[in-house]
Write a new protein. Structure first.
Length: 78
């Protein structure tokens, strides 16, 4: 048996509105779990949708540096 991958289908799935909505919910949950000063963003570029959570204030940057807040709250996005 031979498997033929439908690459265009994978690309369409990775950019679909349902995937975008799911990633938006997940990064928002992680940002909320981190607390004040953390922001989330979703970008559509290349071949897929990407979600990021970043420190937006100096206080959040210091908090993340000393407590590893972003890594510790990744579970909130599951």
């Amino acid at each position: 048996m031979r498997i033929v991958w439908h690459i265009a289908g994978f690309q369409a799935l990775r950019k679909s509105p349902q995937i975008t909505a799911d990633i938006t919910e997940r990064v928002a949950a992680v940002a909320a779990a981190c607390g004040e000063g953390y922001d989330s963003a979703v970008t559509r570029g290349g071949s897929r949708v990407r979600g990021t959570v970043v420190t937006a204030t100096p206080r959040a940057m210091a908090d993340n540096a000393s407590n590893n807040t972003l890594v510790n709250n990744l579970e909130a996005g599951r």
